[in-house]
Design a protein around this ligand. Structure first.
Ligand SMILES: C[S@@+](CC[C@H](N)C(=O)[O-])C[C@H]1O[C@@H](n2cnc3c(N)ncnc32)[C@H](O)[C@@H]1O
Length: 271
């Protein structure tokens, strides 16, 4: 598959396994831990950001399920961790269907292992930059009905697609396939907020560019907002991660200074 050279072949660390390390998971290798530690030296708050992002994803998915969405396409789904999408939505609606898509073979293999016996959820290899291959994948077509609303989940993945034109085009093609009443959920890392030291940002960019196949591309608030053009933003709109419908039982990182999360979030509804 073109563009899916993220299997640890050419480069040894992957974004999925580095993120797994931030979250305290066990599906990572020495190269992932080394890359993660390089990030932690300059941005020690990344694990809190990862947990804050997961909490946003859980809240957004719960909101969609409560709003009647029964199908989910989760692209850049990552390695399974606490509070996976199918667990949350199938608690609300046992018949809900979920397809996880990731460029990382470890993420897909671990997801498939977890999903064994669950006929309503699966995981496939796929590249966000190849939306038509995802949309026409036999398992996507088998589990998801594109005539009915779908929750398209793009949590913490768009900043691994630094090419603006390619990213907007890919999301545009995915959105075009969605029926009215569908939702787009996305979160994105940004450097908009605070006085980050440029040297620290350079270390972050260098780490992903040199050690993984998915370079980092932070976006500003307005660049992130463009992914939602033409969608109706669900209240409270595009906000810092911790501020999207906060829940008392979620981690309270960054609650006093949400901009320090460096993460933006929004949920848009297709009309
Ligand atoms: C930071 S993790 C986010 C995981 C999960 N969505 C979450 O928010 O907790 C980013 C994931 O995106 C995946 N990814 C990066 N580029 C991708 C691409 N072009 N297509 C599909 N997945 C991609 C990585 O392999 C990784 O699993």
């Amino acid at each position: 598959m073109a563009g899916t050279s993220n299997g640890g072949d050419a480069k040894s660390a992957t974004a999925a396994r580095i993120y797994d390390y931030y979250l305290g998971g066990t599906h990572n290798f020495p190269a992932d831990r080394e890359a993660a530690e390089a990030m932690l030296r300059v941005f020690p708050g990344v694990p809190e950001l990862a947990r804050t992002n997961r909490a946003f994803l859980r809240r957004a998915v719960r909101y969609l399920a409560a709003s009647g969405v029964r199908q989910f396409l989760d692209i850049g789904s990552g390695i399974p961790t606490e509070g996976n999408v199918h667990e949350i939505v199938q608690q609300v609606a046992p018949g809900a269907r979920v397809v996880y898509v990731d460029i990382d073979p470890v993420a897909v293999a671990e997801s498939l292992e977890l999903l064994e016996g669950n006929e309503l959820a699966t995981a496939i290899m796929g590249d966000l930059l190849e939306p038509q291959a995802i949309l026409s994948h036999p398992q996507v077509k088998e589990l998801l009905d594109f005539d009915q609303p779908i929750g398209l989940l793009l949590a913490a993945v768009l900043h691994f697609v630094p090419d603006d034109e390619a990213a907007y085009e890919a999301v545009g093609q995915l959105r075009a396939a969605l029926a009215p009443g569908s939702y787009v959920v996305a979160s994105h890392a940004t450097a908009d907020n605070v006085d980050h030291d440029q040297d620290d940002l350079d270390v972050a960019h260098d780490t992903y560019r040199q050690k993984t196949a998915t370079p980092l591309g932070l976006r500003s608030r307005s660049q992130f907002e463009r992914f939602f053009t033409g969608l109706e933003l669900v209240e409270p709109g595009l906000v810092w991660l911790p501020l999207w419908r906060p829940a008392p039982d979620d981690p309270q990182h960054f609650i006093d200074a949400p901009e320090r999360s460096s993460g933006l979030a929004a949920v848009g509804r297709a009309l």
